[in-house]
Design a protein around this ligand. Structure first.
Ligand code: AMP
Length: 446
């Protein structure tokens, strides 16, 4: 026998099991709002030729480390990486494009008619500081067009994204757009940009000192107040574009104009990630939002994207695969006061409230509920309740136009009582006649 006392089970504290910082539960109405948005977005994307894809939430680390680029926050600071017991290094996807390009290459989609067009949606993970419009687990709806260098693909991605946002209530959008060139002209531009910033070293914030060495394009992305004035006279990427890139950009703009999409050329828009080439864009809502204290809140980008012609090679493809894509930040859409809630298909207003009384009736309830489901009559019920008055009160509150009451007597007689909640009239219906009765009910309530 040992004298060791059995280990006392430690009681877990509430804060120890609270949902992780920057991640949250979606419940009820909010869940439906997300679902409604995803359904509408998928529906629109389908009309424009996009097909669904779902890639794993975990990818092998090099999918992101070799594609996003050194000196980008997502890669250097924000990835949730983990090592499995088997020794694999995996990453919780911080963005969708690299995984989709990985899937395209892995499944040999080059052999299919080009371009291959995908929509996808789901959660993404970035270890950022949670704040307005910034979560650690957030949801995106993405569109990708792989296998074409044509400018109309850029326009198609932008058009589909703005249409989706329009349907979700955003009627006052602007597309901020820029071109950051390709391998022919990017080098010259980066030399001009670093040359300019080197002349102003003493005016740069510490982060920009680093950016100058690792990812000079991101100098234009800096949010530090100290660096804002410097951007004004910085050389623009558009002024360095080679002929092909200039022509491509001009065509994209022409498409936007032809489609009456409001746009603004933003010379400071670079979108950080290494894989972008040529067109980069973001969509902002121009509706002025004010805080509780009455201050104007700067608009957040609702979505963004760009062309990524060299990503495929970074992921091991022998050939470049020209492609363009974008993603909508769905949390920002749902949380915006401009957002119009879209009802998902799974959300059905109950037409019938089902009430049961007594054990015999409870047992047979499932058969009746199934009859109603098969007849596509949305119902509400509270099988766990027993009393008539209590259930009638809930039925009243539910707003269902009909109640079906299934009591002891009805359970023995194989009948139900159907009660019109408006007129209070009631009739007895045989269980065998129930499918016909609800069919007629459905027509009446249409
Ligand atoms: P990105 O993948 O960075 O190009 O972002 C595309 C869109 O996703 C942005 O315009 C935002 O609307 C949204 N987004 C990006 N990061 C976050 C985040 N941490 N929390 C919520 N939404 C985000």
């Amino acid at each position: 026998m040992t004298n060791e006392k059995p280990e006392k089970k430690k009681k877990v504290r509430e804060d120890e099991i609270a949902s992780p910082k920057g991640m949250r539960d979606l419940i009820g109405k909010e869940y439906h709002a997300y679902q409604g948005f995803f359904e509408k977005a998928a529906d629109i994307a389908g009309y424009y030729g996009f097909r669904p894809i779902e890639t794993p939430i975990l990818e092998r680390e090099p999918v992101f480390t070799s594609s996003l680029g050194v000196g980008t926050d997502i890669r250097d600071k924000e990835m949730y990486t983990l090592k499995t017991k088997g020794g694999d290094h995996l990453v919780m996807r911080p963005e969708g494009t690299a995984g989709i390009m990985r899937a395209y290459i892995e499944h040999g989609m080059q052999a299919q008619p080009q371009p291959v067009m995908f929509y996808n949606y789901g959660p993404y993970f970035r270890h950022e500081n949670p704040q307005r419009g910034r979560l650690r687990e957030f949801r995106q709806f993405g569109l990708e067009i792989l296998g074409t260098p044509k400018s109309i693909a850029d326009a198609l991605a932008i058009r589909t994204m703005t249409l989706i946002l329009d349907e979700a209530g955003f009627k006052n959008l602007t597309v901020e757009i820029n071109s950051i060139g390709d391998k022919t002209c990017r080098g010259g531009y980066l030399r001009a940009l670093t040359g300019y910033y080197k002349k102003h070293l003493s005016e740069l914030c510490p982060d920009c000192h680093e950016r100058l060495k690792t990812n000079p394009l991101r100098l234009l992305d800096c949010k530090n107040a100290k660096c804002q004035d410097l951007k004004i006279d910085a050389p623009t990427s558009i002024s360095s574009l080679c002929n092909d890139c200039r022509h491509h950009f001009k065509e994209v703009i022409e498409y936007l104009e032809a489609m009456n999409i409001s746009y603004r050329i933003n010379n400071n828009l670079v979108r950080g990630l290494d894989y972008y080439t040529r067109t980069v864009f973001e969509v902002v809502d121009n509706t002025v939002e004010t805080s509780e204290s009455g201050e104007v809140v700067p608009p957040l980008s609702l979505g963004g994207g760009g062309r990524y012609d060299y990503l495929a090679k970074a992921l091991g493809s022998k050939k470049d695969i020209p492609a363009v894509g974008c993603a909508i930040g769905v949390d920002r859409v749902i949380m915006s006061p401009t957002h119009k809630t879209l009802d998902p298909r799974i959300l059905k207003k109950p037409k019938v409230y089902f009430i049961q009384l007594g054990s015999e009736a409870k047992l047979k309830s499932f058969t009746i509920i199934e009859t109603l489901r098969k007849a596509h009559v949305p119902i509400a019920q509270s099988l766990s309740k027993d009393g008539l008055a209590q259930q009638l009160a809930i039925a009243e509150r539910s707003g269902a136009p009909y109640t079906i009451i299934f009591g002891q007597k009805e359970a023995l007689d194989d009948t139900v009582i159907a009660r019109n909640m408006e007129t209070r009239s009631q009739e007895t219906v045989k269980l065998s006649d129930l499918p016909d009765f609800v069919k007629h009910l459905k027509d009446e309530l249409r």
